[in-house]
Design a protein around this ligand. Structure first.
Ligand SMILES: CC(C)(COP(=O)(O)OP(=O)(O)OC[C@H]1O[C@@H](n2cnc3c(N)ncnc32)[C@H](O)[C@@H]1OP(=O)(O)O)[C@@H](O)C(=O)NCCC(=O)NCCS
Length: 270
């Protein structure tokens, strides 16, 4: 269940972090679109319209709805007054409009996989998130083969072979951590081969209470491995670790109460 987000946002200003996972389930695209479709501004709708696969359309729609609805609840800025721009590597960030400058501190990141959309927001500094669904997917990657790939540093490969837990757990721990970290920095996967998480964060094993223990760098990482998915979140070191809230369609749809005024000419960013 989601807490009262405006109360949450006011509680520990400057160190708030929240993570929400939307379990979309098997809801048909049409019914999702009927409830949240109006939230897409024009550029987002154009990207949506180019997507070929229904599962991609569902994830895209839900991801774009979730960011707008949750940022609005957290900041008090009306949903349709939040615009989105991207950095040069494609990381989106919100623009809250002239009269809402105090909301500027709220940042977010999103990830989607399978029937899940994951969202993280922080009220100071950057954040990054990665969710990977690993059961029920018939196209499971060959983890042994992937573990040998150059996307992992020598130290990471050592962890993949000898670290605690199963290969699947280790693989998704380090993979989601790496991706969440690279999304935290805003540079994306372009840097993946030059990134050694053990060196960057001086990670200590085993993790404690789902956190990677680290005494180096400006970032802190949280990890959760559930039966069917793995999730990593990276936030600034002095930020609270986010609590994860899992929402179903009904709970998310309640965030859509009130209708959106539609696409505006000024929504020139995606
Ligand atoms: C972003 C990236 C990590 C996505 O990986 P993925 O596993 O396919 O997707 P995820 O579901 O985890 O995340 C997708 C979301 O990440 C966000 N994102 C995109 N680029 C990002 C970046 N550089 N840093 C952080 N987040 C980014 C977006 O919100 C995107 O969803 P949206 O397009 O619907 O808004 C990968 O595509 C990437 O590395 N992009 C950057 C590529 C680059 O260097 N481009 C050069 C300039 S064009």
């Amino acid at each position: 269940m989601l807490p009262d987000l405006s109360e949450f946002a006011n509680r520990n200003r400057g160190s708030n972090a929240i993570c929400v996972i939307w379990e979309i389930g098997e809801e048909p695209l049409e019914s999702l679109y009927a409830v949240v479709g109006k939230t897409l501004d024009r550029p987002a709708f154009e990207r949506y319209d180019r997507l070929f696969w229904e599962k991609d359309r569902k994830r895209y729609l839900c991801s774009h709805f979730l960011r707008r609805a949750l940022l609005s609840k957290l900041t008090g800025v009306p949903k349709d007054e939040i615009l989105f721009a991207t950095n040069r590597f494609g990381k989106p960030y919100p623009i809250y409009g002239g009269s809402h400058w105090s909301a500027e501190k709220w940042n977010f990141n999103v990830s989607s996989s399978g029937n899940r959309v994951a969202f993280v927001a922080t009220d100071s500094g950057q954040c990054g998130i990665d969710v990977e669904t690993f059961s029920g997917d018939k196209r499971q990657p060959d983890l042994k083969q992937m573990s040998k790939s150059d996307i992992f540093s020598a130290r990471e490969k050592e962890f993949l072979i000898y670290g605690p837990g199963s290969l699947e757990q280790r693989f998704y721990q380090i993979w989601t951590l790496k991706e969440a970290y690279l999304k935290y920095t805003g540079r994306g996967l372009g840097d993946i081969e030059n990134t050694d998480m053990f060196d960057l964060m001086n990670l200590q094993l085993p993790m404690k209470d789902g956190r990677w223990v680290s005494d180096k760098g400006d970032a802190a990482a949280f990890h959760s491995s559930e039966e069917s998915y793995a999730l990593s979140v990276v936030v600034k070191r002095d930020q609270a670790m986010p609590q994860v809230h899992i929402l179903n369609n009904e709970q998310v749809f309640s965030l859509a109460n009130g209708t959106f005024p539609g696409k505006r000419k000024s929504d020139s960013h995606a």
